[in-house]
Structure formats: structure tokens, C-alpha cells
Design a protein around this ligand. Sequence first.
Ligand SMILES: [Mg+2]
Length: 183
Amino acid sequence: MHRPLLYLDVDGPLNPFAAKPERRPEGYTTHRMKPEGWIAQHPGTPLAHVKPLRVWLNPDHGPRLLQLGDTYDLVWATTWGTDANTFIAPVLGLPELPVVEWPTMHDAGPRGTFWKTRHLVAHAAGRPFAWVDDDLGQTDRAYVSAYHDGFALLHHVDARRGLLEADFAALDAFARSPHSSEA
Ligand SMILES: [Mg+2]
């Protein structure tokens, strides 16, 4: 029996970017970063002149994720790619984690799915998985239940609030008793 995978999105669950700028959620610290994906959005601008991306991170998330690592194999599932290990992991106190490499990004998925969904089904290759992301929804759950040959929890996180205790509780519960869930 395989341990379940836990696919981690950065922007939304860990960086609640959609909160109002003057209302940084409680517990978060502000960081200014220039990951590759951000630099790529400023073609022609010299690196020194690229305004850094503001990222909010909650240091309490590190220990909670490490706890989940007792039962899950944690995997970055984010457009940050390997930059999640470079920029995000050290702030949260996480070790270097495996990274999903996306064959394509930001394109339309089949059946109205989010672009990541089919790639995660392929990556999981039948292993049970949980996935936290601010962009998943019912079409993704339908796709996963049709094409993924194993249990899955597609857990939506509000990008204005980031991961909350209730989200961690849902991930704990799924790890204890995997079943296909609508949470
Ligand atoms: Mg996101």
C-alpha cells in the first residue's frame, strides 16, 4: 500500500495573495522574492529593475506540513517549480521536496478542468493523493474520479485566507482514512 502524495500549491494555500494588500492575514510574514516565473513575466526588464514579488508566508505552516509528512509524501505542485525549494521551503523550514514538472502550463484542460489536473493524475499514476489548491473545483473532482484509479482528496483553499487549521484537519483525516472526498 502506497503512502498518499500531498500536492502543494504555493500561491493561494501558502501565499494568500488575494487578501487585501493592507490586510495581511494574521500569522504571516512578508517576503520580497524574484523567482524565475516572476522574472519571466518582465521580459526586457533588467533583473535589478524587476520589482520583487510580494509573498506572504506563515512560518507555522512549516511544522504542520512536516507533521503531514509523517503520513504523506509531500510534493510541490506549483508554477514555482524548483523555485519552491529555493524560496519557499527555507522560510517554512521544509526540506527540499520533489517537484511536479509540468508538460504544459496555463492551457485549457479537458472537460473544463484546471490545467494542472490531468498532469497530476498522470503524475500520481494510481497512487492515492490529496491536493490543496485555490484553483480546483467540481470539474476537476469529476475528472479525477473518472481518470484516477485511486483515492483522492481535492481540497480547495481560499486564496484570501491560505491554509487554515480546518484544512490541515481535513488532510489529517484523509491520511488516516483515504476515501474519495468532495471536500
Ligand atoms: Mg494557486
